[in-house]
Design a protein around this ligand. Structure first.
Ligand SMILES: Nc1ncnc2c1ncn2[C@@H]1O[C@H](COP(=O)(O)OP(=O)(O)OP(=O)(O)O)[C@@H](O)[C@H]1O
Length: 648
């Protein structure tokens, strides 16, 4: 066997006959950026120039020889000679085979092997080594361009993912986009993202083509993905590597009706570094996954993990928001079956999912706000805010800032910018309660906003669009107020596209019992006591009572019953109701008979309000509820009675 001196890249001058081959080689290299395609053109050129019958570029990997490209009719490789050249890193000739390292001392393990049926000269040809050097240089240029191309593609794909993430708020489409992008980027047949359900010790793989629900569930100890999850390290399985192929879980293949030949899997880690899944690409087209692929997938997985975490958070938020909305919608219900309530319910159903303005009229505590909420939750705005404003409770000077917001420093107390109710309810519903109490100046501003659908914060100049649906309510006769010029006619017509009249409690017939039972059950549950029921006599007693219009009052009485009825009692009879249905007289008895009626009434009212506030331990909202009043009306009443008012 002849040994050659270490081959060097000779100049073209030394081999003028090969100059044309060299120029073709570099021309092909300039046009190609896929090494396999380049070799397909380059190897026949080299083979022909050297007068060979067969030429192969081979790579020694894990004790096997892989042919990267070849020219001429295939023949068995001289594996012993290849091994010797690999060890010696020197060109060698053996019978008709001539083998040289493609790039000596590079450690790439790539050898160029040529076979010739006849040998002109027995010693190794300098021309062969020189041509191998040119091939190496040209191939290196192609590979470098491929690397840069791949890097560019990878960066584009990552940008694509990041951009899509911003728009994709749902998990399933996001996973599908990621799988599609990585499949394209890494030249694989498939990709799957596994999310780890630690509690269930399962890996949930999506997308899983061919599996019902596009979702694959496997134990977290299974196969290569299981190993990645537990070691936190990337894993690669190459084509035909028997020992490692044994690690591929073929049960998963069977489920997916797919045959895994090669595989690359990297862990997915959250922002705080915890492992929450794995990203897997399967079957590299035309070979094995490379170090570059692994590097790309690791990079991709880092971005994917952030996107997945964010989407998960958004999904969780949307889910809990939906749950909260559903809960709230379920809690808002109009109890009762009397014809007036049935008609009301049917109108509410018809107007709910429109954007019509609705004016709700009715006495205090008849359920105007309940109806407004039913309209909101029955509309497509249900997941957006329902914002209620009591126009009577806000002083005229504050009304504008309350409704439209204010900029920082707009007035003395405006220490921070504050959004107004119109902005807060922008996609939802704005309920303007006690609209009849709004000043004429306030009405003018409200009308402008309703017409232009634009608000400007107090002290600001930016137009802020608002799409809030406005529902208004009042216990006053608005038409009368219009006649008295205390309410703008144009605003009246704008708010009053549909009118809903709330029936007073006294006109609701048997609904009184239905409502009483409903509230009693509600408060028994709240008080965590056994549920009490009315006897027939008690129901008759309830119906015989002269109820005012106010449902709130009935509700408050039922609250007292639920808390005051003895614990061991599960039936309430007529006498049990006597103490709440007969007018309280203690305060009145305590009054002397020498005061004029107006003074006595005033004293009674003061005493009565005081007792309720005491009973509620100073909680004004609760005290107002008990008194059948709105909190703001209670304050107004107290000021009128010259009582001390502790306003926050
Ligand atoms: N039909 C009904 N079904 C269930 N609850 C009702 C009904 N009507 C009124 N209520 C209850 O009565 C109370 C008063 O209702 P709401 O606040 O909606 O009345 P309102 O007419 O808006 O009162 P106000 O005039 O004081 O603003 C609430 O606790 C509400 O839950």
């Amino acid at each position: 066997m002849a040994k050659t001196p270490r081959p060097t890249l000779a100049s073209l001058d030394a081999h003028p006959a090969l100059a044309e081959t060299a120029s073709h080689l570099f021309y092909a290299a300039a046009l190609e950026n896929v090494p396999a395609a380049f070799l397909k053109q380059a190897l026949p050129l080299v083979c022909q120039a050297l007068g060979g019958d067969y030429l192969a570029l081979v790579k020694g990997e894990k004790g096997k020889w892989r042919v990267l490209g070849a020219s001429g009719p295939e023949r068995p490789l001289p594996t012993d000679l290849l091994a010797e050249v690999l060890d010696s890193d020197e060109a060698q000739l053996k019978r008709q085979w001539y083998v040289t390292p493609l790039s000596p001392h590079s450690g790439t393990g790539e050898l160029l092997a040529a076979y010739r049926t006849w040998m002109e000269r027995p010693e190794p040809s300098d021309a062969f080594v020189t041509t191998a050097g040119w091939l190496n240089a040209a191939l290196a240029a192609v590979r470098e361009r491929e690397r840069l191309d791949q890097r560019l593609m990878r960066l584009q794909a990552i940008l694509e993912i990041a951009a899509r993430w911003q728009q994709t708020l749902e998990m399933a489409p996001l996973l599908e986009q990621m799988a599609a992008t990585s499949t394209r980027l890494l030249g694989s047949e498939r990709a799957t993202i596994f999310l780890w359900d630690r509690a269930a010790k399962q890996l949930i793989g999506r997308p899983a083509l061919g599996v019902q629900g596009n979702e694959l569930r496997i134990p977290d100890s299974t196969g290569i993905v299981g190993q990645v999850i537990h070691s936190g390290q990337p894993r690669r399985v190459d084509v035909d590597v028997e020992a490692e192929q044994g690690e591929v879980d073929r049960r998963v293949d069977r489920q997916l009706k797919f045959h895994t030949k090669s595989l690359l899997c990297v862990p997915l880690r959250g922002r705080s570094g915890e492992l929450f899944g794995a990203f897997e690409v399967i079957n590299k087209i035309g070979g094995n996954f490379t170090d570059i692929d692994q590097e790309a997938l690791v990079e991709l997985a880092a971005h994917a993990a952030v996107a997945l975490e964010n989407t998960q958070q958004v999904e969780d938020l949307l889910h809990s928001r939906k749950q909260i909305t559903d809960d709230a919608a379920q809690r808002v219900q109009m109890i009762g079956d009397c014809p007036a309530v049935q008609a009301l319910r049917s109108t509410v159903r018809r107007v709910a999912d429109t954007d019509l303005a609705v004016l709700i009229l009715g006495e205090n505590g008849t359920g105007k706000e309940v109806v407004a909420q039913m309209i909101h939750y029955g509309s497509r705005r249900r997941a957006e805010p329902f914002v209620a404003v009591n126009c009577a409770a806000i002083t005229e000077t504050l009304l504008e800032s309350e409704l439209f917001g204010h900029e920082k420093g707009a007035f003395t107390d405006a220490r921070e910018m504050r959004q107004g109710k119109f902005e807060l309810a922008s996609k939802g519903t704005l309920f303007l309660d006690e609209i009849g109490d709004m000043s004429l100046a306030g009405q003018a501003k409200l009308l402008r906003v309703l017409e232009e659908k634009i608000v400007v914060r107090v002290g600001g100049s930016t137009n802020i669009a608002t799409n809030a649906r406005v529902l208004a309510a009042t216990n006053q006769n608005l038409a009368d107020l219009v006649r008295q010029k205390r309410f703008r006619e144009d605003l009246y017509f704008r708010l009053n596209v549909v009118t809903l009249d709330m029936p007073p409690l006294r006109d609701r017939g048997d609904d009184i019992v239905t409502l009483a039972e409903h509230f009693l059950k509600h408060f028994c549950l709240q008080a965590r006591r056994r549920i009490v029921k009315f006897t027939t006599a008690a129901k008759r007693r309830l119906l015989a009572h002269r109820w005012p219009g106010n449902v709130r009052e009935l509700r408050n009485l039922m609250e007292r019953l639920a808390y005051l009825a003895p614990d061991d009692q599960d039936k309430l009879d007529a006498p049990d109701l006597a103490f709440i249905l007969s007018p309280a007289s203690t305060a009145a008895n305590a009054l002397s008979l020498d005061a004029p009626l107006t003074d006595a009434t005033q004293r009674f009212q003061i005493e009565y309000i005081k007792r309720h506030i005491e009973a509620c331990r100073g909680n004004m909202t609760a005290a107002a509820e008990r008194l059948g009043l709105h909190r703001s009306n209670l304050y107004r009443k107290m000021r009128q009675l010259e009582m001390e008012v502790d306003e926050e």
